[in-house]
Design a protein. Sequence first.
Length: 261
Amino acid sequence: MTDWRAIFLALVLLVPSVAAVGESDRGLVLVAGASGRTGIQVLRYLRDQGYAIRALTTNRERAIERHGDSWDWVEADVRDPERLAEVTKDVDYVISAIGARTWEGPSSPEFIDFGGVQNLADAAVTVEAKHFVLVSSAAAGPHRTRSNMAQMGNVRYWKTRGEDHLKLSGLSYTIIGPGGLVNEPSGGEGLRVLSRRDYEGGAITVGDVAMLVVDALSNPDSKNKTFAAIRDDALPPDAWRELLKFIQPDTATDEKPPTAD
């Protein structure tokens, strides 16, 4: 007599579970600046959403010391295009949470916020990444004069230059400009997303920025848009999703990249 129960159990063992298939189908995400205060929060959200993760850091030993060895830490310098070409192989998505830590020299905004983003975008183009999410600044953007962006090593100017390169790259992208960063996880407060032209000030936790970043990987309402994001306790927690729908893509706003000379 055929033991149908044994056959059924054998088939169950051979077929991967729905949950496992769903997790593997989310894709591989490269996170630049993964060991920073925003980057580490991004890693946690990606893990919760079932993405595969490649976490870039300039110092793997230091990253492990600070955040543990449960992440796939890969040592790379965003100023090195050849190294980025190696580490972006097979990735589906790219997230950049990088930022200069000095105002002068080879680690200044010119070489990190502009040059680094430029190199990351070029590498993402080569591997035909599905989407690129850039964490920038609410106070940057092409509508601002350079004199208004001259503080702190011209960081807002160089961030804007990096944004422009991404916009002209042909990649699908989202650029998120957080207000003042509070080094805390998400507390479930209301958030407001808005045009950067309308941004006048405000703060947001790094946890909420990370949540917006990971959402942008799959949210069609984020595609090819640039927006500021701040905490707004007067709004319910998910109100930002409806607000995002009313933000126009960059090709229809003053956030569009400059035309070539």
